[in-house]
Design a protein around this ligand. Structure first.
Ligand code: 5GP
Ligand code: SF4
Ligand code: MG
Length: 466
């Protein structure tokens, strides 16, 4: 998911709509905005589909006046898996004795099922199936007088990954979980306006200036042009999601002071060093494989070419929730550039192999177009474990790498060779010169290593074994 909030500018909701549009890659199923205006109070709009199709229309935007607004783009992970109901679309809003508050959450809470049962027993009436709604109910049970303190209380009770943006009538609030699994940055706009955003690319679109990242375990409360920082949680070593660098974030964003594009290009360089192969052409699987393919071509000296052309009007396939749509997605979205591919030995560079169905279809398309050989190079290690922190990987038994060795995957996909970047290579590409520190990894890499930095307690209760 993506979150974005603005305080201290007129018609803040317009800026939020633009910011969410720049974060659309983080979730395409639905979007929502809550705005506060002194005369009009809190207003919200929640819609299925793209931001540009919903939050550009005057009738919707006129409903959202005020100089304080937050928003969310949704990509379903926990909760209504596969189908989003409008009641699951964030931000969530609650009325408290001291006024209203809205929250938008990116990440996934790993103890939400247990919390929900407990909250329902204590009288909470849930409106959605989303894990994030727990935060509102936990706030309702807090005894603190200030809403910011109640948010602290609520977030001390949850486990897992959360980058949360919240708003009251006067404050914009941002919090990152102690491990800082999901990104969140602070920006400035205008005289004394402030912005919170999942990624820096969304600051650029509204001309906001990047100030700094919200740190893991940090809470910022922004009001009247002042930013107050506090540390509500026990200190922990940060474990940012390495898959944000590989796939999830936009290449024009800066994460942890590092260009996402540069990390991806460097992954291609590392891959070419680790797993070279003789060939005539390096092709990205667009768009997610493109920077790594550029790096692979540069390092190997093999020419780069666009052997696969992407239809710009389709979304990211994996964000579409059902298997059927996902299956159609590949052909609707990608087509082979036959004139370039014919009779060539082709290296295809993609970001990840999850179920393996995409790779298999792309291989078919490339061979149909007359390629002499097909070699896959993958910009992440084998995805052998599900993510419980906000990226929608399927159950473990559907992950190709959970049941097959690299050679078995190569044969199942049906290509001449298949190689994944090593975990160390990935860490080097992300700027860790010495690679992965096995005793205390610098990132979360659970989907590759099976080492979960936060025990997924709801999953364990359901029988998941690590
Ligand atoms: P698959 O191997 O499942 O057919 O798809 C892999 C390709 O689609 C990769 O290029 C990746 O970008 C994307 N992808 C498809 N499904 C998922 C998913 O559930 N999780 C992730 N992380 N990526 C996926
Ligand atoms: Fe990111 Fe993978 Fe960790 Fe999920 S399990 S947070 S995708 S590194
Ligand atoms: Mg892809």
């Amino acid at each position: 998911c993506g979150v974005f909030g603005v305080i201290g500018v007129p018609d803040a909701a317009n800026f939020v709509a633009l910011g969410l549009h720049a974060l659309q890659h983080r979730g395409q199923e639905a979007g929502g905005i809550v705005a506060y205006d002194e005369r009009e109070g809190f207003n919200n709009a929640r819609r299925f589909g793209y931001i540009r199709d919903n939050f550009t229309k005057a009738d919707v935007m006129q409903m959202l006046p005020g100089s304080l607004a937050i928003g969310h783009v949704r990509y379903s992970t926990a909760g209504s898996k596969g189908h989003t109901a409008i009641r699951d679309v964030q931000p969530f809003f609650g009325e408290f004795s001291m006024g209203g508050a809205a929250i938008a959450h990116n990440g996934n809470l790993t103890n939400a099922a247990a919390l929900r049962r407990d909250l329902i027993d204590r009288g909470a009436i849930f409106q959605s199936s989303s894990d994030s709604e727990c935060i509102i109910h936990l706030m309702a049970h807090s005894i603190h007088k200030s809403l910011a303190e109640r948010i602290k209380d609520a977030l001390r009770a949850v486990e897992g990954a959360f980058s949360v943006i919240a708003m009251t009538r006067t404050k914009l609030i941002g919090v990152r979980d102690p491990l800082g699994v999901r990104p969140l940055v602070l920006g400035r706009i205008g005289e004394d306006g402030y912005v919170l955003s999942s990624e820096t690319c969304a600051l650029d679109i509204i001309g906001a200036e990047f100030v700094r990242e919200i740190e893991p375990g940090e809470m910022v409360v922004i009001a009247k042009g002042q930013v107050a920082s506090s540390r509500p949680f026990n200190p922990a070593k940060s474990r940012f999601c390495i898959f944000e660098h590989v796939y999830f974030s936009r290449p024009d964003s800066i994460l942890g002071g590092r260009s996402v594009y540069e990390t991806r290009r460097q992954i291609g360089v590392e891959l070419a060093r680790e797993s070279p192969v003789e060939a005539d052409l390096v092709c990205p699987v667009p768009d997610s494989g493109t920077p790594a393919a550029i790096g692979f071509a540069a390092e190997s000296g093999i020419p780069y070419g666009m052997g696969i052309i992407r239809n710009q009007y389709m979304g990211r396939t994996f964000i579409e929730p059902t298997e059927q749509i996902r299956n159609m997605g590949v052909r609707l979205k990608l087509n082979v550039n036959r004139a370039l591919i014919k009779d060539k030995r082709v290296i295809l560079v993609d970001d990840s192999v999850v179920r393996g169905t995409t790779s298999r279809k792309i291989k078919d398309m490339i061979l149909d177009a007359g390629a002499a050989e097909v070699h896959f190079r993958i910009a992440s290690p084998p995805t052998a474990w599900p993510c419980f922190y906000g990226v929608d990987t399927p159950d473990r038994d559907k992950l190709l790498a959970a049941t097959m060795s690299e050679d078995e995957m190569r044969d199942w996909i049906g290509v001449d060779s298949l190689k994944f970047i090593s975990l160390d290579g990935l860490y080097r590409a992300a700027g860790e010169a010495k690679g992965r520190d096995a005793s205390c990894p610098q990132y979360c890499d659970a989907c590759f290593s099976g080492e979960y930095p936060v025990a997924p307690s709801d999953q364990i209760a359901k029988g998941f074994t690590m």
